[in-house]
Write a protein that binds this ligand. Structure first.
Ligand SMILES: [Fe+2]
Length: 417
């Protein structure tokens, strides 16, 4: 997504521009989306348009256990595409894995990269594809507070095949990578990281366990609550898009959790996860992602599931942010949970809406307290310092509505203990 407006160098609006943003934007998403049950069988036909030797990037092995890997390889081979394997990408993918994969791709002369798995396999595949021809240390692509960040400008063609409805990485130009040596988990967003094709086959999500399904639902909902609560004023259509994603996920998510084999529910949840972060919902909002930034630091330190961390941070952050902007949270309460408002800034209704949202997360099996993730209060200041080190405005605050000082971050996390 390319946005043209008064923004700082990191790409989000300054607080003084929230009200006068006025729908100025450019939008492009070049990823070709192939969606539907059974589309995995088209992998070979699709990949062969882009290359003859594919680096196939996977995670911990579930795709091998459930036969997805073998089916993908058969399809690739039948279309004349040779496969070079790069397996074992961690749930929070590490820069060392990126470097390992890029080396394999370079040594083997791969001309296309496939990310088959959850967000971690896809994100690692994207950055590997860019790292193949990147001069120097690929960690320099990732935002970690450095002065001279060098974004990648080219990458091998990327194909994504998600096996989990969650990250939306399959159809955007972003990736999140962890540096295990410095305990920093952060992002890169670049045009060359958009996949050429996303093959989204909801059948591949049928075997996802209940907890991972629930974490994915929380992740996709959080992708749109970030822009809903942190975006510019005056984007009524984007509000409705976001509400549509949330309501769809809340309707179909519990069905997918109750019956993992319910293909219709799996398909609706997966479509919601694609739409939640392919840029469409966020057009014109120029939103920062404070809840994600806070969660990334938690999972960098504790290696927890991203969606589980978000489930704890998001309601706690909402209670904090609603104080500064009750009307927005009252709108959320009214439109998502049908609560009636006494007036547009009804703080009581706003709080009740957040309580109901938290109760929904709890009902699908997501944690809502840090203690459930076995995270105590020992490192709260360290998390806050790490977060603003990665991203901060001119006043040293984490961007968002409202921008957060380190003390605010500590306060939010403390409220979630
Ligand atoms: Fe996320």
């Amino acid at each position: 997504m390319i946005l043209v407006m008064p923004m700082n160098r990191l790409g989000y609006l300054k607080p003084e521009n929230f009200q006068e943003h006025n729908m100025k934007f450019e939008f492009e998403n070049p990823t070709h989306l192939v969606f539907g049950a059974g589309t995995l069988s088209r992998t070979g036909e699709i990949v062969s348009r882009y290359g003859k030797k594919a680096l196939l990037v996977t995670g911990g092995g579930s795709v091998k256990r459930n036969g997805t890997y073998e089916r993908a390889v058969s399809s690739l081979n039948a279309s004349g595409v040779t496969v070079v394997e790069c397996s074992g990408v961690e749930p929070n993918p590490r820069i060392s894995s990126v470097i390992r994969g890029a080396k394999i791709a370079r040594n083997e002369g791969c001309d296309v990269v496939i990310g088959l798995g959850g967000g971690s396999a896809m994100d690692a595949a994207k950055v590997m594809a860019a790292a193949v021809n990147y001069e120097g240390d690929p960690w320099e692509m990732i935002a970690h507070g450095q002065d001279n960040r060098r974004l990648p400008t080219s990458a091998l063609p990327i194909i994504t095949i998600p096996t989990l409805a969650a990250t939306g990485s399959e159809m955007n130009g972003g990736a999140v990578i962890t540096n295990e040596k410095t305990t920093v988990k952060s992002f890169v967003i670049a045009k060359c990281l958009y996949p050429r094709v996303a093959i989204v086959d909801p059948e591949l999500t049928l075997s996802v366990p209940q907890d991972q399904t629930a974490f994915g639902i929380c992740d996709l909902i959080t992708h749109v609550t970030e822009s809903y609560f942190n975006g510019a004023d005056g984007t009524p259509l984007q509000d409705r898009f976001a509400e549509g994603v949330i309501l769809t996920a809340m309707e179909w998510g519990p069905k997918a959790i109750a019956d993992g084999e319910n293909l219709e529910a799996r398909a609706q949840v997966q479509w919601a996860s694609v739409v939640a972060l392919n840029g469409w919902v966020q057009i014109g909002t120029a939103a920062a992602y404070p809840v994600h930034m806070i969660e990334h630091v938690l999972s960098a330190h504790h290696d927890i599931a991203h969606g589980a961390g978000l489930s704890v941070v998001n309601p706690a952050w909402m209670r904090f942010a609603s104080q500064a902007r009750p009307a927005r949270f009252a709108q959320f309460a009214q439109r998502i949970f049908g609560l009636s408002l006494q007036h547009p800034e009804d703080k009581e209704a706003a709080m009740e809406g957040i309580d109901k949202f938290e109760a929904f997360l709890d009902s699908i099996g997501c944690p809502t307290r840090l203690s459930q993730l076995e995270i105590g209060d020992a490192l709260l200041n360290r998390y806050a310092q790490d977060i603003v080190k990665i991203i901060h405005d001119e006043e040293g605050r984490l961007p968002g509505r409202p921008p957060m000082h380190e003390a605010d971050i500590v306060k939010v996390l403390r409220s979630a203990l």
